[in-house]
Ligand binder design. Structure first.
Ligand code: UVW
Length: 331
């Protein structure tokens, strides 16, 4: 995101011609259930209680000092419990590291982008007993200095470029490599320049939304394309073209295979999510997942355009691995 500088923001703003906006977020309780990723629970909203009653039900002001029956305020107040990557989201650079022997002592270390270490580079909040970030003390070996607040500080605003994979491939399950991506971009006259925020429309989120919070996992598994993280030409292009971040309306940007049983005797060590490793760990490229791009894709196609102003700040949540987002495209 360092490539998204003042000039890139101005290029994004220059794409605002019609003044039409698109919300690129799913409702944050979609997909529904714990189906797309079994460790991610749907968000829950709880009313905050005082003396066993919600603030709204108490029917008066918000502090003991204001318990004055002549006050007419009804104040509702709540807590949200949510996996930061349940729905439309950003991955921070603390989301994925790798295990390898970085210092040559024969032991594998957990290493993140730019050599930050999961066991060592914890967030300063973890050492401050007064910090409002108790999650930083939990034992995930993340390098929390790489938390999503770094992207929030940037603002995540710049020029978006949309590649409409669905228009060319339909919603078939398909791994898209370099050759296919170039063919599609050329057919649509899409150009990616350094610092562009690249969005891939596959139609996955549209199918998911239509399932109305009752996702059919088998059907979703067969729905939509994703990048082929095993295609070296594609991985090189991502770096050479100097794109700023990669975003998709599917769950992982890349097409993820089902886990295989371990081979006896091991086999070559490799990541299950090679595009995640390439982008988050090796090159510091944020990934955006489960965005809703269908309405924007249709509008851009009808207008013969592919570029727009993208404004997509994550939550400024220190040390977080990811964040929900409500990105806005303006055309
Ligand atoms: C995983 O756990 C695979 O995360 P992501 O949401 O980035 O695909």
């Amino acid at each position: 995101m360092n490539l998204v500088d003042a000039g890139k923001v101005r290029e994004g703003v220059a794409e605002v011609k019609a003044g039409v906006t698109f919300c690129l977020s799913l409702p944050l309780d979609v997909p529904g259930g714990m189906t797309l990723n079994a460790r991610r629970m749907p968000p829950r909203l709880y009313a905050t209680l005082r003396d066993g009653k919600s603030a709204g039900a108490q029917g008066y002001g918000w502090s003991y000092a204001s318990e004055d029956p002549s006050l007419t305020d009804v104040v509702c107040d709540e807590v949200m419990l949510m996996n930061t990557q349940y729905s439309t989201q950003w991955d921070s650079l603390a989301h994925m590291g790798s295990r390898f022997d970085a210092d040559g002592d024969g032991e594998a270390e957990i290493v993140f982008y730019n050599g930050f270490r999961g066991d060592r580079d914890i967030h300063p909040a973890a050492e401050d007993p007064h910090a409002a970030a108790p999650w930083a003390r939990f034992p995930d070996p993340k390098a929390a200095v790489l938390g999503i607040e770094n992207l929030a500080r940037h603002g995540a605003q710049g020029r978006g470029v949309l590649v409409d994979l669905e228009h060319h491939l339909g919603r078939q399950r398909k791994a898209v490599g370099y050759d296919e991506l170039m063919r599609i971009m050329q057919a649509d006259g899409v150009e990616v320049e350094p610092g562009d925020m690249v969005c891939l429309h596959t139609g996955f989120a549209d199918t998911l939304l239509a399932m109305n919070r009752q996702p059919d996992v088998k059907r979703l598994h067969d729905t939509g394309s994703g990048l082929d993280g095993n295609d070296p030409k594609l991985l090189n292009w991502i770096v050479d073209v100097r794109l700023a971040c990669l975003i998709a309306d599917n769950p992982a940007v890349e097409l993820v295979e089902a886990p295989k049983l371990a081979q006896p005797g091991g086999g070559m060590k490799r990541p299950r999510l090679p595009l995640h490793e390439h982008c988050l760990f090796k090159n510091g490229i944020h990934l955006g997942e489960l965005w809703y791009l269908t309405d924007l894709a249709r509008w851009l196609r009808a207008a013969g355009r592919s570029r727009f102003l993208l404004t997509a700040p994550p939550l400024r949540l220190p040390g977080a691995v990811g964040s929900p987002a409500t990105p806005i495209a303006t055309v």
